[in-house]
Write a protein that binds this ligand. Sequence first.
Ligand code: SF4
Length: 431
Amino acid sequence: MNVATTLTGCDAPKTDTATRTVLRERGQREVFCGLTGIIWLHRKMQDAFFLVVGSRTCAHLLQSAAGVMIFAEPRFATAIMEERDLAGMVDAQDELDRVVQRLLDRRPDIKTLFLVGSCPSEVIKLDLAKAAERLGVQHMPKVRILNYSGSGIETTFTQGEDACLAALVPEMPAQDANAPKQLLMVGALPDIVEDQFLRLFSQLGIENVGILPARNARDLPAVGSNTRYILAQPFLSDTAMALEDRGATRIDALFPFGVEGTSDWLRAIGREFGVDTTQVEAVIAPGRERAKRAIEHSRAALEGKRISFLPDSQLEVPLARFLHTELGMEPIEVGTPYLHRSHCAGDLALLPEITRISEGQHVDNQLDRVRQDKPDLTVCGLGLANPLEAEGLTTKWAIELVFSPIHGFDQAGDLAELFARPMRRRDRLEV
Ligand code: SF4
C-alpha cells in the first residue's frame, strides 16, 4: 500500500491538471438517466411538480426509485405516451394540453410545472419547449411552466438536476446594478445541510445569500454582475454557464466534502467577500474539529486501501480527493461520466499522479480494468455491484452517495462511514 499518511488539502502534493492525461471512453453506459434527479428535486422544491412525458418504463423507474407513495399527494407523475402517440396517430401536443389542464385543475398548489422530456418524447421529437411556452401563456402568472430533458439518450442521472436548474436560470429576476454583492449557493442540498451552511455564512457576516434551487421554486433569487456563485455540486456545468451568461462570477474552491473540502469552500467564500482570515478561521474551527473527530472512526477501515470509481454521479473526483487526502485511501481509477476540468481543478490536482482518470464509459473495458486492478473497494452502480461482489470484489452503491446528506462538516463522519461500512462487512465475512 503506497499511502500510509494522511495529507491535508494544503500540504498534499498537487498534480498539474492542465497536462494530466484523461482516458476518454465511449461505449455502453451503466448509469441511471436524468429522470432520477426528480426524486430529490421534488422534495427540495415544495411548490413544484414534475410531469414526465414518457413511457411506462419511465414511470416504473420513478416509482421504484422514490418508493410507492400511496398516501401522499405526489409532486411528480408520468404522462404515459401510448402507441397511438408514438405512431403519430394523435396530436401529442393536444393530448399534453389536456393532461396539464386536468392536473392544474386538480392541484392548485402547483406553482411551477416542469415538463420533463424522456427517451420516447425525444424519439418522436415532441417539442416540449414549444409546449411549455404555449401552456405558459395560458397559465401564467398562476403557474410557471418550464421544460428540460431527463432522457437517457442525453443525460446521466445527476445531469437531470443540472438541466432542471439551468431551466430556472432565465426565470431569475435581474439584480439591480447597484445591489450589494450577493452570494448564490447553487445545487440542491438536503434542508438540514443548507441550514448549516446558511448559519456559517451568517457567522461570516454574509447575509445577502440566494439559493438555487430555492425551497419554493417561485422564490427565485436575483442574478447579475454583483452575484458571486459557488457550486455545492460538481455536476452543474450547464447551470454555471447559464449563470455566467447572466453576469454571475464563480467562486473557485474544492467541493465541500470532509474537513478540508468544506474548509476550502468556506475560506474561498470568505476571501471573495473580504472577510478577515482570523474571523473565517474562528468560524470554521468548531466544525473542523467536529469533522476531524468524526472521520477518525472510519480511518482504520480505509487508510491504505485501494479504491476504484466507475462513472456514475460526477461526484467521483471530489469524493476520491476526500478519501485520499483526508483518509489515506489510494485511488486507482476515478471514472466519471463527464469531467469539468475547471470546476474540478482543485480536487483533481490533489489526486495522485498515478491515479487513472477516465471520462465517459465503456463498461466492458472498465470492468476488465477493475478485475485487473483488484481494488479493495469499487464504487459503482446498482447493476454492477452484485456481479462484482459475486466475483469477490467489495462494492459500494454510488447512488447512496447522491441520496445521503454528505456535504459539510457535520456530515463528514457519515460520508467516511458510507465507505468504511462495506470494508468492515468484507472483513467480517473473511474472518
Ligand atoms: S427516460 Fe429513457 S432511460 Fe430514462 S426511464 Fe425513460 S426510457 Fe428509460
